[in-house]
Design a protein around this ligand. Structure first.
Ligand SMILES: [Ca+2]
Ligand SMILES: [Ca+2]
Length: 389
């Protein structure tokens, strides 16, 4: 089947060449991939110094900081003395970010501005680069000293599940200067967040965090976020419905929406300033060599259909069921949920809370996994479910 498909594509290309004599005559070197559903293979952006990574990852967004100023087609400055929601004491100004020697330099200074004693910068890719199910690699060097609080993190583009923390926050890395060389990686959600003391985080000591450029990385796939420091796995966050039976999936793992990236260097605040601020450290800077965002090219790497969803069962939460996750060579994009043989709706992850059904009525539920290419699994076995209103 696959060979026939390639042959058809080749024939099509050859015919296309014959009927368009004005096309350039150089031979076509690009392989014609066999891609179902008419999907096109991803093409790397031209301004990424490492356009592909092993495993089918293709660079879809990058800033190598090769210019002589911050590229405002990619970044937006968030200016002001709003304190980041953490009682931070800096005033964010675009004047505290510069690009030089192929690096972004965010400098914190001790100077008065807008009623604050310090200045620094915070920039985001909001509305300019937002991503879902990607791999992000950021090479950075941390600032020095007690009172600094730099971060490489992500916030949701649309608050689909409500304001913070309901739509989630992904801290790929955070660093507080008083705890030298310790890198933190944390997620916040409605069920797991620092207001409740239930955020899920990892931290570990590394070497030369303030003196060398280290790659901080995240690999985000459906139901899973992993973080790395120079290739060493630091954090692993996964959605496991069995352990989150009391809440809809989005309260535990709202990471099925687009997020944008944020780079900032805060001063003081509830965490960064927990041991005070050493006033002698200024100016101090966070430096970023590059930011690269990769997407795995499922059009090329996905060739198998997902496995059948199994073990559908009732959750503790009313009108909610969950099931064992299907396996797939790239990833399950969603699950199609059928009631009494008719399509009901899609679920992003392996749990669904039913709403607005007939109270007291029994429904025959079946689930089917759908991968990113649109291949479907076998239907699950049938589970009988009674809606309780
Ligand atoms: Ca660079
Ligand atoms: Ca697949």
């Amino acid at each position: 089947m696959k060979k026939i498909f390639i042959l058809i594509l080749l024939l099509f290309v050859m015919v296309g060449c014959e009927t368009t004599p004005t096309e350039p005559t150089e031979p076509i070197e690009t392989e014609i991939p066999s891609v179902p559903n008419g999907l096109q293979a991803l093409t790397a952006v031209t301004d990424c110094d490492v356009p592909t990574l092993e495993g089918g990852w293709v660079c879809i967004w990058a800033d190598e900081f090769d210019g002589d100023a911050v590229d405002e087609t990619k970044w937006t400055f968030e200016e002001g003395g709003f304190g980041g929601g953490n009682m931070e004491v800096q005033y964010y100004s675009r004047d505290n970010a510069e690009v030089t020697d192929s690096k972004l330099i965010i400098t914190a200074r001790k100077e008065q501005m807008g009623g604050k004693e310090y200045t620094s910068a915070r920039m985001t890719t909001k509305y300019k680069g937002s991503f879902k199910y990607v791999r992000i690699v950021v090479s950075a060097k941390m600032p020095t000293g007690r009172g600094t609080w730099p971060a490489i993190w992500m916030m949701p583009l649309m608050n689909v599940y409500g304001g913070w923390p309901r739509s989630g926050e992904i801290d790929i890395m955070e660093y507080v200067g008083y705890d030298e060389n310790r890198i933190h990686s944390t997620i916040h959600t409605e069920k797991f967040n620092h207001n409740l003391g239930t955020q899920i985080g990892y931290s570990r000591l590394y070497e030369d965090v303030e003196t060398s450029f280290i790659e901080y990385e995240m690999i985000w796939t459906p139901g899973s976020i992993r973080t790395y420091v120079d290739g060493d796995k630091l954090g692993e966050f996964a959605y496991v419905p069995h352990f989150n039976q009391d809440v809809p999936y989005n309260q535990a793992f709202p990471f099925d929406q687009e997020f944008f990236l944020i780079l900032n260097l805060a001063i003081g605040g509830t965490w960064g300033g927990a041991q005070g601020i050493d006033t002698t450290i200024f100016p101090t800077a966070m430096e970023v060599d590059y930011v690269r965002v990769y997407q795995q090219d499922y059009a090329l790497t996905d060739v198998e259909e997902p496995t059948q969803p199994t073990n559908i069962q009732l959750a503790q939460l009313k009108n909610t069921i969950f099931w064992n996750k299907s396996e797939d060579d790239y990833g399950v994009e969603k699950y199609a949920v059928y009631l009494d043989g008719a399509f009901h709706k899609y679920a992003s992850l392996n749990q669904i809370t039913f709403k607005s059904l007939s109270v007291g009525q029994a429904y025959q539920v079946r689930i089917q996994a759908v991968d990113f290419v649109g291949r479907v699994s076998e239907m699950s076995d049938t589970m009988s479910f009674t809606f309780s209103g």
